[in-house]
Design a binder for this molecule. Structure first.
Ligand SMILES: NC(=O)C1=CN([C@@H]2O[C@H](COP(=O)(O)OP(=O)(O)OC[C@H]3O[C@@H](n4cnc5c(N)ncnc54)[C@H](O)[C@@H]3O)[C@@H](O)[C@H]2O)C=CC1
Ligand SMILES: O=C(O)C1=N[C@H](C(=O)O)C[C@H](O)C1
Length: 264
């Protein structure tokens, strides 16, 4: 049996994942973290689970045995939460966005030194994972691309975890070419987007968008556009998150990208 603590238990993403844990014979939801519901029982606050809701990950991990922490909190809270779990010898599944490649390098070192597994995906949906894998294949043959990152006007972090992870994945293949170097541009250079691991990333924040991502590959005389477009339900993140919970203890250190669990 794997004991799971879910941080972000009252958030938008939580319900279908909590339902999946509840329905699984091999997983138990033993603790939750949420500032607004701290002190309540899990079942009262969420409809699922056996334990309590705590105000912080540190409090939750002190309260009882936990094998895996799942973090769906926020870009501002996630790094401290992951560090707290690693230091307590607890494996971590990171759903929250906002961590950079440098953050993951720090966490990897820390996790390896404590023989803890950390699994992170900028997007736990199956189709976003396929986009990541397909884009990496395209980057082997096409040397120019840019990413468009779409999210609601209230998303606090930029770029999305989905877009950041995509850019960092493509950087492992190669760095895209630029027709005009950024330093040689005339006009406001912000118009060319942010440099994320060598890719220009353009973040759009407008009402009605859920996080989606588009990568456009350009070659002389032709373009290839790959676009991930989610609906409005958080259900699509549940299956991938449950897979990660079950597999995070397989290896020490940080592993990234749901596609690595689906295809490798
Ligand atoms: N990797 C993926 O597939 C997905 C990633 N996300 C990311 O997950 C994160 C959460 O997303 P939502 O569920 O939409 O957010 P939300 O704002 O609806 O919920 C956040 C939850 O975290 C808790 N929380 C936030 N900061 C906290 C802190 N400092 N201490 C204790 N609890 C805290 C809140 O109480 C709430 O329960 C975001 O970073 C989002 O970008 C969301 C959906 C899918
Ligand atoms: O903020 C969100 O809502 C989401 N964020 C994730 C991201 O930053 O990529 C992905 C998910 O689709 C929803």
């Amino acid at each position: 049996m794997t004991n799971v603590c879910f941080a972000g238990v009252t958030g938008w993403t939580a319900p279908p994942i909590l339902a999946g844990i509840d329905a699984a014979d091999d997983l138990t939801l033993t603790a939750g973290v949420s500032r607004s519901a701290a002190g309540r029982s899990l079942v009262d606050a969420t409809g699922y689970g056996e334990g309590q809701v705590y105000a912080s990950v540190a409090d939750a991990l002190r309260a009882g045995p936990v094998d895996v922490l799942v973090d769906y909190t926020s870009a501002s809270a996630v790094k401290d939460n992951v560090v707290t779990a690693i230091d307590a010898g607890v494996h971590v599944v990171v759903g929250s966005s906002g961590l950079t490649a440098d953050d993951y390098a720090d966490l990897d070192e820390r996790a390896r030194s404590r023989a803890v597994g950390v699994f992170a995906a900028g997007n736990f949906s199956m189709l976003a994972a396929i986009l990541r894998r397909a884009a990496a294949i395209a980057a082997e043959k096409v040397g120019s691309w840019e990413i468009f990152d779409y999210a609601s006007e209230t998303k606090p972090d930029v770029p999305s975890g989905t877009a950041r992870e995509l850019a960092e994945t493509l950087a492992d293949v190669r760095r895209p070419g630029l027709g005009v170097p950024i330093e040689d541009l005339q006009g406001p250079v912000e118009a060319r987007g942010a440099d994320i691991a060598g890719t220009r990333v353009h973040s759009v924040r407008l009402p009605s968008y859920v996080v989606g991502a588009e990568v456009v590959f350009g070659a002389p005389g032709e373009r290839l556009t790959m676009k991930y477009d989610p609906g409005t339900s958080p259900d699509l993140y549940a299956e991938g998150t449950l897979l990660a919970i079950r597999r995070v203890s397989e290896a020490a250190g940080v592993r990234r990208g749901l596609d690595t669990l689906l295809f490798d």
